[in-house]
Design a protein around this ligand. Structure first.
Ligand code: PLP
Length: 443
């Protein structure tokens, strides 16, 4: 792995940052105070800025680069597909797209035969909700507080032709509390109590809303950005039972948790549950080309055998995305990349984080699996008061200055390196976090 400078622009870090900041309207940011960090190249678990400074990527960008940066087989597949055909309308048949769908379905439980491709995770969830509404003839969607499912929703409501109907999305959303023992909403002290009470709460909300009005329950299998809260044993199976009891479609959002992140191909594989719809994006091709989709159970897919599904996207099943999926999933299988994530979580990251939690007073809780972990930081262990945003800013800057690119959310450091991270890299990153927490404690 060596630094490769950008041969096209050959600009300095400051030039790139300014050129970007001044012209690009950035996501989730106040535009006035931006100083975006340049990244010009990467390899595996590391990235470089324009001046050759190396960073260990403990963010996997937006927790999507599961296969690591610039995997040669995926880059090659994109190149080859680009030479053959770079775009094709969704209505045509395309062998690469069919192959990508087949490879995804092979990872899904039995009873899933079809994939609807989207451009990313948000529109995967939009379309899954649309399917659930059309199949059930119901309106409301239950999801949990402390979740993230994507940033779209108004576009189809603004649409003024026939495609608007029946796709008015911004309606009928109901939120519930999910299980999160460390900050329990249910006064629970054990995982079993938390699980039972969260399920009871969910069922009571369904009854209060009117079960016959609820189309879907949409849950991240493991809520990611909201804090990496692995559900207690039995929670998702309990949700499945509730869905069956009331005729509700169960949608599991595997956009962040899927394709190796938790150490499983799908996070729900560890929970003995089968949903009706599975949404995915990110890790399916590690974001080399934007793509997402919905894996559809046969019962729902067959609903549309003789009924038009009123939905589609110009780039649904884009050939470059499809080629990158085929290559990424092939390489992940051949190279045991999901197994690596599972092993390194169990043998390196988990034990080291547990040990950090013992030594550092500022650590309230560590939790996760595979390469999907959160370190929750508190100013007082007793009250579990989150550390301030200012403290998190100091921590972020200190991690960067020591060569670690972190994923910070609220009062948490998420430890989310690529699934290909090596033992040595994992130790190096955890050493940096350890040192920075010690610095913060010293003030
Ligand atoms: N669902 C989950 C669980 C996510 O983490 C994200 C993005 O982080 C999304 C959906 C939205 O995906 P996208 O940003 O590709 O639209």
């Amino acid at each position: 792995m060596t630094f490769v400078a950008d041969p096209v622009t050959a600009l300095s870090n400051a030039d790139i940052s300014e050129a970007d900041r001044s012209r690009v309207f950035h996501s989730w940011s106040a535009q006035g105070s931006l100083a975006p960090m340049p990244i010009v190249s990467g390899s595996g678990s590391v990235v470089w800025d324009a001046e050759g400074n190396e960073y260990l990527d403990f963010s996997s960008q937006l927790v999507n680069v599961n296969i690591g940066h610039q995997h040669p087989k995926v880059v090659q597949a994109i190149r080859e597909q680009a030479e053959l055909l770079t775009t094709v309308a969704p209505a045509h048949a395309n062998a690469t797209r069919a192959r990508a769908a087949k490879m995804i379905i092979e990872l899904a439980p039995e009873g899933f035969e079809k994939v609807f491709f989207t451009n990313g995770g948000a529109d995967a969830n939009e379309n899954a909700i649309r399917m659930a509404r059309l199949v059930t003839g119901r309106d409301k969607v239950i999801s949990r507080y402390r979740s993230y499912h994507g940033n779209t929703g108004a576009a189809i409501v603004a649409t003024g032709d026939w495609r608007r109907i029946p796709n008015e999305y911004a309606r009928g959303h109901v939120h519930v509390f999910g299980p999160y023992l460390y900050r329990s909403e249910f006064w629970a002290t054990t995982e079993q109590e938390e699980c039972a009470r969260a399920l009871h709460h969910l069922e009571r909300v369904i009854q209060a809303e009117g079960a016959s009005t609820i189309a879907a329950i949409l849950l991240e299998t493991v809520p990611g950005t909201a804090g990496v809260m692995t559900p207690p044993k039995g929670y998702l199976a309990g949700v499945r039972e509730i869905c069956d009891r009331y005729g509700i479609v169960m949608i599991l959002d595997e956009v962040m948790a899927g394709f190796g992140r938790t150490g499983e191909w799908f996070a729900f594989h560890a929970h003995d549950v089968t949903p009706d719809l599975i949404t995915f994006a990110k890790g399916v091709n590690s974001g080399y080309v934007p793509v997402g989709g919905v894996i559809i159970s046969d019962a729902i897919a067959h609903h549309f055998d003789d009924t038009v599904f009123p939905g589609g996207l110009t780039y649904s099943g884009h050939p470059l995305a499809a080629a990158s999926i085929v290559a990424a999933l092939g390489a992940m299988r051949e190279e045991g990349i999901v197994d690596n994530a599972k092993r390194i979580g169990a043998e390196v990251i988990g034990p080291r984080l547990a040990e950090l939690a013992e030594r550092h007073e500022i650590v309230g809780e560590v939790r996760g699996s595979g390469v999907f972990w959160a370190i929750e930081l508190v100013s007082d262990r007793e009250s579990r008061t989150p550390v301030t945003p200012a403290t998190m800013g100091v921590i972020k800057a200190a991690l960067l200055s020591r060569g670690l690119l972190p994923f910070i959310a609220d009062n948490r450091i998420h430890v989310v390196p690529p699934c290909v991270v090596t033992d040595a890299e994992a130790h190096r990153g955890l050493d940096i976090i350890d040192a920075v927490l010690a610095d913060v404690a010293r003030g």
